[in-house]
Ligand binder design. Structure first.
Ligand SMILES: Cc1cc2nc3c(=O)[nH]c(=O)nc-3n(C[C@H](O)[C@H](O)[C@H](O)COP(=O)(O)OP(=O)(O)OC[C@H]3O[C@@H](n4cnc5c(N)ncnc54)[C@H](O)[C@@H]3O)c2cc1C
Length: 186
């Protein structure tokens, strides 16, 4: 007469493996889905090179709200100074890699900006006015324009972007070269 046998250890091992794989899969889906207040900046794919991880650049804003108005203004002044200086020191004729690096930087600047509500607002502006990184002047004028959009929303004076080149001349003198046509960086 056949003897009723329970599940073999091999069967239990396979079943356990399948259950653990399922749990891992479901939890990774849950983690990658932004919650209601973590909206991502939805930007058309054509803005990015294939080599750039788009979801990394346009994911949800990372910093919390910055309630202190004095800190917000100080941060803003310092950040704008840095932001415009990055544009003023960008090459006149960048390579594709340099253009792509600046574009990625702008999106990460937005995502990581330490004032969460400012970053949300700036993300909306980036959707409307995507970063222009084909040359130094294109980048500088674009940055001036988006800063003016922020100025407008805060009822501040509009800056004349025709003066942008002189205004952020950091006094760093002309770019020196090392003789091979490449810029000297130190
Ligand atoms: C990305 C970003 C988003 C922000 N979002 C908010 C927000 O949502 N809410 C909020 O309360 N604050 C926000 N801020 C801060 C805000 O923009 C100001 O920095 C802050 O209010 C201080 O303003 P300010 O009048 O001293 O001059 P700032 O706007 O900080 O400008 C500093 C200096 O830059 C020059 N400047 C002005 N406009 C331009 C321009 N268009 N191009 C080049 N140079 C210019 C002027 O000389 C000015 O004195 C944001 C800042 C940044 C960097």
């Amino acid at each position: 007469m056949p003897v009723a046998r329970g599940p073999t250890p091999r069967f239990i091992f396979i079943l356990l493996g399948a259950v653990l794989t399922g749990i891992f899969f479901l939890s990774s889906i849950h983690k990658s889905t932004p919650s209601a207040h973590q909206t991502s900046t939805s930007i058309p794919t054509k803005q990015f090179d294939a080599s750039v991880d788009r979801s990394l650049l346009t994911g949800h804003v990372i910093a919390p709200k910055l309630g202190n108005e004095t800190a917000k203004a100080e941060l803003g002044r310092a950040a704008w100074k840095y932001f415009h200086t990055v544009m003023a020191r960008f090459p006149d004729e960048p390579t594709a890699d340099e253009s792509s690096a600046l574009k990625s930087y702008v999106y990460l600047f937005q995502r990581l900006y330490p004032c969460g509500e400012c970053a949300e607002h700036f993300g909306e502006l980036l959707k409307e006015f995507p970063p222009q990184t084909s040359s130094r002047s294109a980048a500088a004028v674009w940055a001036c324009h988006v800063h003016n959009q922020v100025n407008k929303s805060l009822n501040k004076e509009i800056f004349d972007c025709a003066n942008i080149g002189d205004f952020y001349d950091c006094g760093c003198a002309d770019d020196e070269t090392d003789g091979s046509g490449k810029k000297k960086v130190n």
